[in-house]
Every structure is written in structure tokens, then in C-alpha cells.
Design a protein around this ligand. Structure first.
Ligand code: FAD
Length: 471
């Protein structure tokens, strides 16, 4: 009896409950389907780059276990039927996806396949707890992080991760597979050259990064996690998004450190933020495009293409914002502190809707993840669950001075102002002509003047907020 293991956001062999169960039942066909139609939040360009390499890595792991990855392009239901017909498989396994579009798709597929006598089993391979398992005393979803996190911590310890299968038995005849290149996931114009320098997608990389992080960096996580100029965070996010590593693997590796659980907790709280994001999107499926606080739908947003483009290109004249946007473009990733600053700048200084920023992030992040991206943007815009109040407006200069005091991060991403002394690196327009000339800078030409004045932009944002409250 053959089972199709339909891989989606679980591109790994370790701790993969759907695969584990499929292997225990006999022959397995490992399958990935690239849906090339248009649908909401289809992976953006940077994510497609990651996906290409992650699929290649998964195929290698499967071959080492005696099997290989079957690739198909097209409508998932049609492709599943085609593979069933070619292979006479009787069963399909998958690990659950929680995004609104994927949930609807999977429900339809499950019903249709069951009607045709095909067994379908789904598993939890992406979360510590199912989004419906954590509820407050009134049996409603949480909207505040701390009680949500406490509720998670008070639950039974997530079960230990499962080992990878020692071998995966293939049926006598494997169905047809397309070549990875025919999925056309890599860009035609090679804007991705730098990505190779920063990332190596795949399960093996994720596992060795976890091992190194738990041994060394985790103890320094609390003190360094907010400093974009130091490598203080784990950079697990794309690996987690594509399921090259599971949160259970991370949880158990970190909690079982020899020193103490206390050392691991600040980091594990971030994994709980991820759980919270999934919880929110599951219970509020419109929140990817609609504000959770409904009155924000009356917010008087502006539209300014020139400013939006300046923000995207890292040409706003505010060094911390520009450094972040250039890090994003070059590497497909941005430090969390800086994500908050650039998002706040777009929404509050430029009054551009958070949804536009979320879409740009979606296309450019290698870790673009609908629950996390939605929560991050709604949080920053002040309209989400447990959000920063709108009137708390990040000051990009103060944020820079506090979290990048010597400007290491800024000097890396904006070399044209790299020779400024520390005191002006966060606000070059405050430097005198002599200092600018000495640093080789001509404001307005080698680096822009600020596109908006901080104080005026702040006042305008507060006025817009007051207008929304009155409406
Ligand atoms: P670490 O600090 O090492 O944390 C470990 C893991 O915990 C992360 O990989 C991530 O899965 C989770 N995590 C950490 N911080 C958060 C958080 N604030 N919210 C939810 N989960 C968190 N994260 C994404 O994975 N994809 C996104 O598309 C995304 N978009 C964001 C947009 C905005 C506007 C903001 C403010 C944040 C966004 N985040 C997103 C959350 C966060 O910035 C990243 O998860 C983090 O920077 C990834 O780096 P890391 O793996 O080194 O994090």
C-alpha cells in the first residue's frame, strides 16, 4: 500500500510527523507541488529563491534515505489525482498549513479525495501547539501576548522531536517528476547573487545552525538581540518558515541546555511570539489585510509613490531606515529591531498604509511568513493585537543611537556615509560642511537629505490619528 507524502512547509526529514507515519505504513512517494497560478500571498521572489534550494536539499536527503523527491507544477488537487492514478496510492499524508488560503485549499482537497475513497491524514509539524489548543478562560482566542505565552508555558512540555526515518521505501514504479529548474523559481535577472553569500537553505544547515546557537549564542541572546550590528539573533526564520527545522526541535535543543532553562527562556519567548502570530491569523483570518482594531479602517492614509520608492530603495535620508532597507534588498532578511523602525517610518512618518509595506516585505524577505509578517506590521501600525500604541512613534535617530551607538550597522549598509564620526552617523544633516567634506559626503547628491522632517512628520501622524479617532 503506497502513501503520498505531500511536502509543503515542512521540507525536512527530522521531526516530520506526516512522513514518520507514512514510512511506518509501507511505500512512500515524497511529493512537492508548485502551484504556479495566482493566489493570495503566493511566495514572493526572494522566497522562491529559497524554495528552489530547499527543494534541492530535500531531494538530496531523500536520496540518502533511499528515495527521491517527485516534483510537479500545477493545481494541487489535479496533480494529486494525477499522481494517485500513476502510482495507485491509497493514502495521502501532509503536515497542516494554517494560512487562510491554504486551510480552504486543504479542506477542499481532503473532502474531494475522501469522496474518491482516498485516505487523508494531516498532522501538526509546524507548531508547538495547535492554534485552537490555547484559549483563555472564556474560551476565546488570546489577543495579548504575555497571558498567551504563560498559557503555552503552563501546558505540558511539547513532545520530543521524532528522529528521521532510517530508510524510506519507494514503490516499484515512481511517478513522473519534473526537473527542479522547470519550476522556474530562480530569478531570470540575477539580483540574487548576494543571497548565496549569506544563506545556505536546507535541513542540514538548519540543524548545524541550531547546534551552534544552543551551544554558544543563546547565552548572549538577551544582551545582543536588539543590536543590529552584532550577529545576536539566530537567523532561523527562513528555516522555520520552510519547515527545514521544527519549533519542537528548537524547543528541546534549547531547553535541555546543561546550564539552565532560564538562559533559554528569552529566546524561547520569541518562538512563542511565532506561535502567537499563528494563533492570531488562525482566529482572525482577515487580518492579513484588515486591521484587527476595526476603527483603523478609517485612518486617513496617504499615497505618495515617490516616498514609497525612496523607502524601498533605502534612500529616505534616515540612516537606520536606509540601512535596514538595503540589508533587506541585499540579503533577503532584516534585523527585527530595524524591521520595527522601517515599518514605523513607512506607516507613521510617511502615512503609507501598512499593507503596502507588508507586500514589499513579502516579495523581498527570504523568511516572508504570513502570520509573522501580518502580526509585525499590524503591531507596528498600532492596529493589531497587543500592538504598540499608534502615538508611540519610533524616532529613527534615537533608535540608532541606542541600538547601534557606533554606527557599525549603518557603516556596513551605507558605505557612502561610513566616514562620518559617531556623533553624526545617525543624522548626517546635523554635521557641519567641514565634517561632511572631510567624510566625502555631499548631502543631496551622494546621500539624500531626509525626505520628511522628523518633527513635522510626527505631528502630522498624531493629527491623522486624532482625525481617525473623531471619525
Ligand atoms: P530570533 O530573534 O533568533 O528569533 C527566533 C525565531 O522566533 C524567529 O526565527 C521567528 O520565527 C520567531 N520570532 C522572533 N521574533 C518574532 C516576532 N517579533 N514575531 C514573530 N515571530 C518571531 N518574521 C518572519 O519570520 N517572517 C516575516 O515575514 C516577518 N515579518 C515581520 C515584519 C515586521 C514589520 C516585523 C516588525 C517583524 C517581522 N517578523 C517576521 C518577525 C521578526 O522580525 C523575525 O522573525 C526575526 O527578525 C527573524 O530573525 P531571527 O530568526 O534571527 O530571530
Amino acid at each position: 500500500m503506497t502513501t503520498i507524502m505531500w511536502f509543503r512547509q515542512d521540507l525536512r526529514l527530522h521531526d516530520n510527523p506526516a512522513l514518520h507515519s507514512a514510512v511506518s505504513r509501507g511505500d512512500v512517494i515524497p511529493l512537492y507541488i508548485w502551484d504556479d497560478s495566482k493566489y493570495p500571498w503566493k511566495p514572493g521572489a526572494a522566497s522562491q529563491w529559497w524554495l528552489h534550494h530547499s527543494l534541492a536539499a530535500l531531494d538530496t536527503s531523500l536520496r540518502n534515505a533511499g528515495s527521491r523527491l517527485i516534483l510537479r507544477t500545477g493545481n494541487p488537487l489535479e496533480q494529486l489525482f494525477a499522481v494517485i492514478q500513476e502510482s495507485k496510492a491509497v493514502r495521502i499524508h501532509w503536515n497542516r498549513c494554517y494560512e487562510p488560503y491554504a486551510r480552504k485549499r486543504d479542506e477542499k482537497i481532503k473532502t474531494t479525495l475522501k469522496e474518491q475513497g482516498i485516505e487523508v491524514e494531516s498532522f501538526n509539524g509546524s507548531l508547538l501547539f495547535e492554534p485552537w489548543e490555547i484559549q483563555n478562560k472564556s474560551s476565546t482566542p488570546y489577543q495579548v501576548f504575555t497571558p498567551f505565552c504563560n498559557a503555552c508555558l503552563s501546558k505540558a512540555v511539547p513532545r520530543a522531536p521524532e528522529p528521521p526515518p532510517s530508510g524510506i521505501r519507494a514503490p516499484e514504479k515512481m511517478p513522473f517528476s519534473e526537473k527542479l529548474d522547470s519550476l522556474r523559481l530562480l530569478p531570470r535577472i540575477p539580483w540574487d547573487e548576494q543571497f548565496y553569500h549569506y544563506w545556505k537553505p536546507g535541513e542540514q544547515t538548519a540543524i548545524s545552525k541550531l547546534d551552534q546557537f544552543r551551544r554558544n549564542a543563546i547565552a548572549l541572546y538577551s544582551s545582543r538581540r536588539d543590536l543590529p550590528g552584532s550577529q545576536g539573533t539566530s537567523q532561523f526564520s527562513p528555516h522555520l518558515h520552510f519547515g527545514e527545522i521544527s519549533p519542537r526541535q528548537i524547543w528541546h535543543a534549547c531547553i535541555n541546555r546543561p546550564d539552565s532553562r532560564q538562559t533559554a527562556l528569552p529566546f524561547l519567548r520569541q518562538i512563542a511570539w511565532r506561535e502567537f502570530a499563528f494563533h492570531l491569523l488562525y482566529h482572525y483570518p482577515d487580518s492579513d489585510c484588515k486591521p484587527l482594531k476595526e476603527h483603523f479602517s478609517h485612518f486617513p492614509w496617504s499615497s505618495n509613490t515617490k516616498w514609497f520608492n525612496a523607502w524601498k530603495k533605502g534612500q529616505t535620508g534616515y540612516p537606520l531606515v536606509d540601512a535596514g532597507m538595503r540589508e533587506l534588498w541585499t540579503t533577503g532578511w532584516m534585523h527585527n529591531r530595524v524591521r520595527m523602525v522601517v515599518a514605523s517610518f513607512l506607516v507613521k512618518h510617511l502615512l503609507i498604509p501598512w499593507q503596502q509595506g507588508a507586500e514589499w516585505f513579502w516579495d523581498t524577505l527570504v523568511d516572508a511568513d504570513l502570520p509573522n509578517n501580518t502580526m509585525g506590521w499590524q503591531w507596528t501600525a498600532g492596529c493589531g493585537a497587543d500592538a504598540a500604541p499608534f502615538f508611540r512613534i519610533f524616532n529613527p535617530m534615537q533608535q540608532g543611537k541606542r541600538f547601534d551607538p557606533e554606527g557599525a550597522y549603518i557603516r556596513k549598509w551605507i558605505p557612502e556615509i561610513g566616514s562620518l564620526p559617531d556623533e553624526f552617523i545617525h543624522e548626517p544633516w546635523q554635521a557641519g560642511q567641514q565634517t561632511l567634506t572631510k567624510a566625502g559626503i555631499k548631502l543631496g547628491s551622494s546621500y539624500p537629505f531626509p525626505i520628511v522632517d522628523h518633527q513635522q512628520a510626527r505631528n502630522k501622524a498624531l493629527e491623522a490619528y486624532a482625525a481617525m479617532k473623531k471619525s
